[in-house]
Design a protein around this ligand. Structure first.
Ligand code: ATP
Length: 291
């Protein structure tokens, strides 16, 4: 793609340990223009985090590589901020200090102390955390911790924001509220985002494109779907929207029909099932769901 900002080219990844070889990714190609919001969806264990970690520079691909804004990625850097499912705030620092640590590290040479302080406050205000600046991570809820993690990532002004199931550990209502905040922030900032999710609605609601991965081993991109929904998006209005529901349907069909995942049943497991009377009836349904 001529206008690719982030380019993942011919990426293969094989993990080897003690003679065992695990070919996880095969031929991953993805070009992302600047400002695009991409979701990566696929069954558990197919290699989504491996893709994200390669883009983050935390893992080196076995072959192929990643180019971001014309430069090859081969180590972690401040141009790629990662938000993980479980917050990674330093427990002995307050909300404000956690964000300030990253801001000071990146902008010490280019912004004054007052500018950096204002920038920390601005980003925490953006995620509605101004009321808890001086609290420790242990004194705030899980959703608030994720907000601080998002503020910290945004404050770094990364070229690409990498979100690894950022709302995965939250209850449904908190998750919805945070998704709405990300929609609002994204409308203003237009970040380039690569987000891993297991949630079909989340993928459709937030993304410009949804990238669907095949099952491993040697997982690859099976399908890419454009989400032709105007922004800003409103979850309540979209619930009845024909295009929204078509997009949902397409992802569900990919995951549960084309990439139907059958978990292997260990020898002898069926016979020793906890509910012997129900084992035969329950097995097919359980086997069809990878996630
Ligand atoms: N550092 C590593 N060393 C060895 N194997 C790894 C490493 N990281 C991932 N794997 C293996 O690669 C495969 C893909 O893992 P990965 O975490 O990327 O999948 P995923 O799709 O993100 O899974 P989930 O949705 O459950 O988080 C798994 O078989 C996993 O065991």
């Amino acid at each position: 793609m001529a206008n690719a900002y982030l380019s993942i080219s011919r990426v293969d990844m094989t993990f080897s340990r003690g003679g065992a070889v695990n070919p996880v990714l095969k031929g991953i190609n993805l070009d992302v223009p600047r400002g695009e919001f991409i979701s990566l969806i696929g069954h558990s264990g197919c290699g989504k985090s491996t893709v994200l970690n390669i883009v983050a520079g935390l893992l080196q691909a076995t072959s192929g590589g990643v180019i971001l804004d014309g430069r090859e990625v081969n180590a972690p850097g401040p141009d790629r901020a990662v938000v993980f499912q479980n917050h990674s705030l330093l427990p002995w620092l307050t909300v404000r200090e956690n964000v300030a640590l990253a801001v000071d590290k990146i902008f010490r040479g280019s912004r004054t102390a007052a500018e950096r302080r204002d920038w920390v406050l601005h980003n925490l205000a953006m995620v509605n955390m101004s009321h808890a600046l001086d609290r420790l991570p242990s004194e705030i809820s899980g959703g608030m911790k994720q907000r601080v993690g998002i503020a910290r990532a945004l404050a770094m002004e990364p070229k690409v924001l990498l979100l690894d199931e950022p709302f995965g550990a939250l209850d449904a209502l908190t998750r919805a509220r945070l998704q709405d905040e990300v929609i609002r922030i994204q409308a203003g900032l237009g970040n380039t985002v690569l987000m891993i999710t297991h949630d079909v609605d989340e993928a459709v609601l937030l993304s410009d494109r949804v990238v669907m991965m095949t099952n491993g081993p040697s997982a690859t991109i099976g399908q890419i779907m454009q989400v032709p929904l105007a922004r800003p998006r409103n979850r309540i209005e979209l619930a009845e929207d024909r295009v929204y529901n078509h997009c949902r349907q397409e992802i569900l069909a990919f995951l549960y029909e084309k990439q139907r995942k059958v978990e292997p049943i260990a020898p002898g497991r069926a016979a020793t099932a906890a509910w012997p009377g129900r084992a035969r009836a329950a097995a097919p349904a359980a086997a069809s769901m990878g996630e």
